[in-house]
Design a protein. Structure first.
Ligand code: ZN
Length: 440
């Protein structure tokens, strides 16, 4: 097999995707912009859907589903699905966040998902997400908000006040130690009534009246942009590689799938919100959203419920989520028979207890796609004495009853505020997903 040439442009495009997507809502907006540029049309869930062939997508909050149908497609044709997730562990703003402690104005936050808490300390943090505001006339509307200046920081305690921290380990209490500072009370002055006023700040950023700010899903993000790392640029560093790397690869893969190349198989990508907190929501992988969208696409093309169930029997899903590369400083944490190399190509993840959905037929589909894409494939299993993480793979497999395989791009420091991966792998990953979506 001839190796694919190294393509750092793919890595640069991935970094741009991550920088443009500080929250799941922004990730959907970034993906939607790329899809629209590639000729996709957004469909409204409360409107009838067209039956003609085309390139379509829907967005519900932080979840996006897109698909391509060609003129040769039958209603009972199968789906080739690539699933990923738009959310990453981070710190989210509480409903009544304003507080003052020791003269500092602070914002109360809650930890979202399994974040590596220490990695959020001593960083310049911006604010992003969405805000529900009163609509002129009646009702409410949702606005995206993104503040890309250092409005918050969470300073560590000086080592002089915690002498054992390097040997005993850093303990971070999420209630007391993780509260960001975003202002200072005037010296000697009386503490301000609202402690700095998140609502007033948000209203000003959006250009609305504070009384019109009705609710929010806001979170903090590290402001450091993505970068090529290493003497010869063999690595990339960025926030949210888990799992925006898979979202980016899925979007680019779908935009390059030609409808004529996918006769008999309808390529679909679904970028789910809420994977990091268990997927149970109106738009997570455990919701009715994906089955509903698939069924509606069958009905719109003139099929019935029988055709929908026939199509599921011909479908397969690749759950695309990041994989653990072997950490050189902690190699004993990895199974010695399953070393995973940065820049070694995408990783098929297997777990006997089905924390990953992968089984033999699924591995076969990925192995064939890797051959088609001319990319190397690595195989991962956890150490038998360590518990295994999970993905949307088993949930999607259970929800749809279709062959599902867990695949990821290798990375280090998963769930840290900044993560690292190989710079050659994004091109491999994108090529593999394109081959899976459009088997030759
Ligand atoms: Zn993930």
């Amino acid at each position: 097999m001839t190796a694919r040439p190294i393509d750092l442009d793919a890595a640069r495009r991935l970094l741009a995707f991550c920088d443009a997507s500080p929250s799941p809502y922004h990730a959907c907006a970034t993906a939607a912009a790329l899809l629209t540029e590639a000729g996709f049309t957004r469909l409204a869930e409360d409107a009838p859907w067209p039956g003609e062939p085309g390139r379509w997508f829907v967005v519900r909050g932080g979840t996006l589903i897109a698909w391509v149908t060609g003129s040769g497609h039958q209603p009972h044709d199968g789906f080739r699905i690539v699933g990923a997730h738009t959310d990453s562990p981070n710190l989210r703003i509480k409903p009544q966040p304003d507080l003052v402690r020791a003269g500092a104005r602070q914002l109360g936050v809650e930890v979202y998902g399994g974040a590596l808490l220490a990695s959020w300390l001593d960083r310049d943090l911006g604010l992003s997400g969405r805000v529900a505001v009163r609509r002129n006339g009646s009702g409410a509307m949702v606005r995206l908000l993104r503040v890309d200046r250092a409005v918050c920081t969470i300073p560590q305690l000086a080592i002089h006040l915690d002498r054992e921290v390097n040997t005993a380990g850093l303990k971070v209490d999420p209630q007391t130690h993780l509260t960001p500072i975003w202002g200072v009370e005037p010296p000697g002055g009386a503490p301000s009534e609202d402690g700095g006023g998140l609502v007033a700040f948000v209203a000003e950023e959006l250009g609305v009246d504070p009384d019109d700010v009705l609710g929010w899903d806001l979170m903090l993000h590290d402001l450091t942009p993505g970068s090529l790392v290493g003497r010869d640029h063999e690595l990339i560093g960025s926030s949210r590689l888990d799992n925006l790397a898979s979202c980016w690869a899925a979007v680019e893969a779908l935009t390059e799938v030609a409808p004529t190349a996918s006769e008999g198989q309808i390529p679909v990508i679904c970028l789910f919100d809420h994977e990091e907190v268990g997927s149970t929501s109106d738009r997570g992988a455990a919701s009715s959203m994906l089955p509903t969208v698939l069924e509606r696409s069958v009905l719109a093309r003139g099929g019935d419920r029988e055709a929908f169930h026939r199509s599921l029997a011909r479908s397969a899903c690749l759950s695309a989520d990041m994989a653990h590369a072997t950490h050189p400083n902690h190699a004993d944490r990895h199974d010695p028979q399953h070393r995973i190399a940065l820049n070694g190509g995408p990783v098929v993840k297997v777990n006997a207890n089905v924390r990953y959905a992968t089984d033999a037929p699924g591995v076969a589909l990925v192995a064939l796609a890797a051959e088609q894409a001319k990319v190397p494939l690595q195989r991962f299993a956890m150490r038998s004495d360590l518990p295994c993480g999970s993905t949307i793979g088993p949930i999607t497999a259970a929800r749809l009853g279709i062959t599902t395989v867990d695949v990821g791009m290798p990375q280090l420091a998963m769930h840290a505020a900044r993560e690292h991966a190989g710079s050659h792998d994004p091109a491999h990953y994108r090529a593999l997903l394109a081959a899976f979506l459009s088997p030759g």
